[in-house]
Ligand binder design. Structure first.
Ligand SMILES: Cc1cc2nc3c(=O)[nH]c(=O)nc-3n(C[C@H](O)[C@H](O)[C@H](O)COP(=O)(O)O)c2cc1C
Length: 177
C-alpha cells in the first residue's frame, strides 16, 4: 500500500471538498491510500513523511496565495524535497479572474520545484478560457485546474482522468525535465 499525503488550503471550502473527491477517486485504485491534511494545521515534518504528495490551492485576492498556504510557504526554503513526487491542483475562477487564473498554483509549484521535488500531473489548459496565468507551462497547467464557479460540471470527469494520470506517474520513473 503506497501512502499519499494530500495537503490543501481552503478559505471557503471548495478546495477542501475537491480534496475529498480526489481521495475518493484514488480509493478506487488498488494499492493507494490518501491521508488528507489541512495545511493550516500541518507542519513541514508531517509533509516530509510522504514520498508521494498532492497539494491543493485556490487563488485568492487577485493572484495571491490562499492564506494558510501563504503562511506555510517560507518553510519550503528549509525543506529538501529531493526525490519526492508532487501532484498539484488549483482552484480558480476563469470568468471572474481571467488575468490571474490559477496564479497561486504557479507560485506554489515554483517553490515546490525549488525545494527539489518533481512536479507531476501536468494538465492541458485548452478547455479553459483565460487571458493570463502564472500556472502555465506552454499549453499545460502545472497541475489540475478546477473551476467550481464556471465549469463545475466538468470537475468530476477531470478528477477521474487526472487521478489515473497521477497514479501512472507516481508508479513509473517518469521525471519531467
Ligand atoms: C475575492 C476573491 C478573489 C479571487 N481571486 C482569484 C484569482 O485571482 N484567480 C482565480 O483564478 N480565482 C480567484 N478567485 C476564485 C477562487 O479561487 C475560487 O472561488 C475558489 O474556488 C475558492 O476556493 P476555496 O473555497 O477553497 O477557498 C477569487 C475569489 C474571490 C472571492
Amino acid at each position: 500500500m503506497a501512502k499519499v499525503g494530500l495537503f490543501f488550503g481552503s478559505s471557503t471550502g471548495n478546495t477542501e471538498a475537491v480534496s475529498y473527491q480526489i481521495k475518493q477517486e484514488m480509493d478506487t485504485h488498488d494499492g493507494w491510500e490518501v491521508d488528507v491534511h489541512n495545511i493550516g494545521s500541518s507542519t513541514p515534518e508531517k509533509l516530509m513523511e510522504y514520498d508521494y504528495l498532492i497539494m491543493g490551492i485556490p487563488t485568492w485576492n487577485t493572484g495571491e496565495l490562499q492564506d494558510d498556504w501563504d503562511i506555510f510557504l517560507p518553510n519550503f526554503a528549509n525543506m529538501d524535497m529531493s526525490g519526492k513526487k508532487v501532484a498539484m491542483f488549483g482552484l480558480g475562477d476563469q470568468n471572474g479572474y481571467g488575468y490571474n487564473f490559477l496564479d497561486a498554483l504557479g507560485i506554489l509549484a515554483d517553490e515546490v520545484m525549488k525545494s527539489g521535488a518533481y512536479v507531476i500531473g501536468l494538465w492541458k489548459s485548452d478547455t479553459y478560457q483565460f487571458e493570463e496565468s502564472k500556472a502555465t507551462i506552454e499549453d499545460h497547467f502545472l497541475g489540475l485546474g478546477v473551476d467550481q464557479e464556471g465549469q463545475e460540471e466538468m470537475t468530476t470527469n477531470r478528477i477521474k482522468t487526472w487521478v489515473a494520470q497521477v497514479i501512472e506517474q507516481f508508479n513509473t520513473n517518469y521525471e519531467p525535465a
